[in-house]
Write a protein that binds this ligand. Structure first.
Ligand code: FES
Ligand code: MG
Length: 590
């Protein structure tokens, strides 16, 4: 047994506690009933949890059920004992009304498990969008040694010789169907071509984003994020991750040693360079709040905006997960950013080395996939943060602004990067679907589509609905995207430059609550402003009307958790965390 560093294991409080022999017997008694021996439980071996997010309900993470066997092998080889347990499942594409509702529920459940059971460390199995932040948030709160194992993306999808990326192809297929180019059968075939194997979305959607960000934060082994789910290297890194979890316990390397302000700045920079999802600020800010590191939504612009887009993967680029991995994945991206001074190289990572040590000299093996800093896919590819009388903050992903969008909205010579348009306001996704094709709405190529009632309170968890398709009549005229603004989110697989995550949301009586269809709105990307062009008296009048009406209405909750979460959830800009949870930090040691 290694006796360096840490000798007293947390799990010994349960299984080998001379101060409380009575309880020790009770704890021991049942954990031997499936064949574990008393000797194993009292031998002073670290007990490593495998937080299992895979199940039949969560296909994106389901192969973790297989990968866990390699994790166990690694834990055993390193002299640990393994206890695998389920995490509340989260499947982005399966959960009604939205999987975002479940991130905080999985978080809460995992906090209880990590705190209340005899675990010295934990392997966090991650993949589908919210599984990654839910697991890291819980590890941050409890603060026992924890390491992330991504399940990896699916193999590339293909359709008639072209790559079809998960999620991204859906937006394309919808447009083709709206334009009459394919029928419903064609739509289904095209969309399902993007899911050829186990794994999570093969695009740079929220899943690959969050797993890349987890690696950039230092929470996984180097190279872990990008390996496709079915590759042999995925099983191999599962084994290495299990092994490493045991050493982390002996070294007492905790989330609080890894998740520092420097690590978060590295994550923001990497998110820009990979063309990461607009869900990342919500989840990363939540992790920061749970570990107690100050991080604001504005940091995403100040730290991240000037970073170039290096990774040529859909939706911002062309390729998919297989190429991202072959080109070198996160270490190649970080290596290139390091050569340009954009990474805090001293940030500690899960393998016990700094990110600088891990990524020094790493470079792209395919310069068309992970591009050189000096010849990127796009300059200034990070998010910008807007504010004004519409909201205190909302973000926009500039790396997906299309040429068409730029020409139509952003090329007025008198005020470049700014535009004005008439607001068309929808009360949530159902209202949008009901009315968007109605000619009386008067949508034209300069309209700005708004959607509200879709934030953490209004549509509990926040709906991924802000990227709204124009009416078919406009698509047929070649107008593929209108400016969209809302208090909801948008899928990380969407290539729309929507202005989203608006905080406070309408249901929290933010500015969107008093907007009316027909109002003129001005967006200025240079100044970072978004305003209704309405006189102050009129704004004040609408405010007092809203107050008299008892605030902005939203539909009643359908489940107990919806009601509980609504009563205590913070806004997107604050990570959509459960407010009472923030004061619980380092709970394993408190
Ligand atoms: Fe699960 Fe995209 S739906 S990762
Ligand atoms: Mg999503």
């Amino acid at each position: 047994m290694q006796d360096n560093h840490k000798t007293k294991l947390r799990s010994q409080l349960w299984f080998d506690n001379p101060e409380n022999p009575g309880m020790t017997v009770l704890y021991l008694e049942r954990y031997i009933n499936y064949g574990l021996t008393r000797e194993e439980l009292q031998s002073g071996k670290p007990i490593i949890g495998i937080a299992q997010t895979g199940s039949d309900l969560s296909p994106c993470n389901r192969h973790h059920l297989e990968l866990a066997k390699r994790v166990r092998d690694g834990i055993t080889a390193a002299g640990g004992l393994c206890m695998e347990f389920p995490v509340h499942p989260i499947q982005e594409t399966g959960k009604r009304p939205t999987a975002a509702l479940d991130r905080n529920l999985a978080y809460l459940g995992l906090v209880e498990l990590l705190y209340g059971y005899p675990l010295d460390g934990v392997v966090l199995t991650t993949g589908c969008d919210k599984t990654t932040p839910a697991c890291i948030m819980a590890a941050a709160t409890v603060n026992i040694p924890a390491i992330v194992l991504s399940g990896g993306p699916m193999l590339n999808g293909w359709w008639h010789g072209e790559r079809t990326g998960s999620g991204t192809v859906v937006w394309k297929a919808r447009e083709q169907m709206a334009a009459g180019e394919i029928d419903y059968e064609g739509f289904v075939d095209l969309v399902t071509s993007s899911v050829p194997s186990v794994g999570h979305c093969n695009t740079m959607g929220t899943a690959t984003t969050m797993n890349s960000v987890a690696e950039a934060l230092g929470m996984s082994l180097p190279g872990c994020a990008a390996i496709p789910g079915p590759h042999r290297e995925r099983g191999q890194i599962a084994y290495e991750t299990g092994k490493r979890a045991v050493s982390m316990v002996w070294e007492d390397l905790k989330p609080s040693d890894i998740l520092t302000r420097e690590a978060f700045e590295n994550a923001i920079v990497v998110n820009s360079a990979i063309g990461g999802s607009t869900n990342a600020p919500i989840h990363v800010n939540a992790i920061a709040r749970h570990i107690g590191v100050p991080l604001d939504v504005e940091d995403w612009e100040t730290v991240g905006h000037k970073v170039p887009l290096l990774v040529n993967v859909q939706p911002a680029g062309k390729y998919l997960g297989e190429e991202y991995h072959r080109a070198g994945g996160v270490p190649a991206v970080v290596g290139e950013l390091m050569r340009h001074g954009l990474i805090h190289e001293g940030a500690m990572t899960a393998n016990g080395k700094t990110i600088g040590e891990n990524c020094a000299g790493k470079q792209s093996d395919d310069l068309d996939v992970i591009m050189p800093f000096d010849k990127p896919l796009m300059e200034n590819a990070g998010f910008i943060v807007l504010k004004g009388n519409l909201f205190d903050s909302a973000i926009m992903k500039t790396s997906v602004i299309s040429e068409e969008f730029r020409k139509r909205y952003l090329s007025n010579p008198d005020s470049p990067n700014a535009f004005e348009g008439k607001a068309i306001v929808f009360e949530g996704p159902e209202d949008y679907h009901d009315r968007i094709e109605n000619p009386d709405l008067g949508v034209d190529e300069n309209s700005i589509l708004f959607i509200r009632g879709t934030g953490p309170i209004g549509y509990p968890g926040g709906a991924e609905v802000v990227n709204m398709q124009p009416p078919a009549s406009l698509i047929k005229r070649g107008i593929h995207s209108l400016a969209c603004i809302g208090d909801g989110r948008q899928s990380g697989t969407s290539g729309s430059p929507s202005i989203l995550n608006a905080s406070p949301e309408a249901a929290a009586n933010g500015g969107l609550a008093i907007l009316k269809s027909g109002d003129m709105v001005r967006i200025d990307l240079n100044k970072g402003e978004a305003n209704m062009l309405i006189p102050d008296e009129e704004l004040a009048k609408r405010r007092s009307e809203l107050e008299a009406a008892g605030g902005f209405p939203y539909p009643k909750s359908q489940t107990p958790w919806q009601e509980i979460q609504r009563s205590m959830v913070d806004q997107f800009s604050e990570g959509m965390v459960l407010k009472p949870a923030i004061k619980y930090q380092d709970v394993a040691h408190a």
